[in-house]
Design a protein around this ligand. Sequence first.
Ligand code: HEC
Ligand code: HEC
Length: 306
Amino acid sequence: MNSPRAPRRAARLILALSVGLGLGLGAGALAQSTGAVAPRTYAVKDKDGTSLPAYTIPDDTAIFRHPDAEAILYGQRLLNETRRLLPDHVGAAMNCSSCHVMQGKKPLGAPFINTYNSFPQVNPRAGREMTLEERINGCMIRSMNGKKLPADSREMQAMVAYMKWLAQDVPHGARVQIKNGSPIDMDLVPDPARGRAIYGRQCASCHGADGEGRKDARGHIVFPPLWGGESFNIGAGLARTYKAAAFIYDNMPMGVHTDGAWGEGRTLSQQDAVDVAEFFTHMPRPDFPLKDKDWPSGKKPKDARY
Ligand code: HEC
Ligand code: HEC
């Protein structure tokens, strides 16, 4: 039920199976240790650059002591089990935590650590200022290929409560000094044929030969799909080659090390990540009906899909 566990257990299982059967997930990358333990405490800087007290990624057990515990826990559950709990609003076989690693607690894994404190925010894709609720709905209609939640609904407010809790005491406008993803060199030219081969070797064991992902016996998502009718639509950030490459470079494949949040890690070069991203993002996936409204003031990024 708690996201890091299930996929991690699954990853370990796949790892064990791969070793046992001699299949091998990555070229000689199995069960290496990177030797690095990710820090939990990070510096915080205010808007004007002054240092503020450090931030520590909070432990889930701290939620129970919080006066708003019920909403925070429900919000966290919604991130982990979005499809199961919101079947009328989610079109993809995807949960928020499929991309926002460990419910947004992992730097470089599309974290929510700075999210609550950085909204409202001007969104270039929309060409206007957005509230946090509107931004969440952006992922609902694109990444989840679903429908918006009312801003004042219990579900929306629970997710906001969770993000607020995750920000801890960091004041509005200040930033915890983490990166949401690695910068990827946008001059790298993608080679989708090479990407297809990498996919077969390093990704298909979990995400399926046809990118369809994998569900458990009850139909719950174990490995999310990478393309096809149950994946994110072309309006999603991850449908863009270089955004997908950043996610993959930092977080995939998982289960290739014995440490890290889920044994993930730097076994792909940036070129590998760009190639495999170009390959899978351009496989068939749902359309985004509101695409004509995006980037109303121009400045479309070069990897935009429309
Ligand atoms: C297919 C992957 C994917 C899924 C699933 C997904 N997101 Fe996102 N989300 C992203 C990416 C990628 C970004 C960052 C986009 C960017 O860099 O512009 C993002 C950005 C966000 C942001 C803005 C964060 C910030 O600090 O600026 C919020 C809030 C958010 N997502 C919430 C959600 C919620 C809630 C769900 C589930 C209902 C969800 N997302 C599902 C990929 C996803
Ligand atoms: C050992 C299993 C495993 C391997 C190998 C693996 N992944 Fe994943 N991947 C996962 C899991 C599990 C998640 C969702 C994480 C969660 O739910 O907490 C995920 C999420 C993703 C996502 C975001 C969600 C989505 O469906 O779009 C992308 C993109 C992705 N993986 C790409 C790749 C690529 C590319 C490779 C190969 C280079 C790869 N993965 C290898 C298990 C794996």
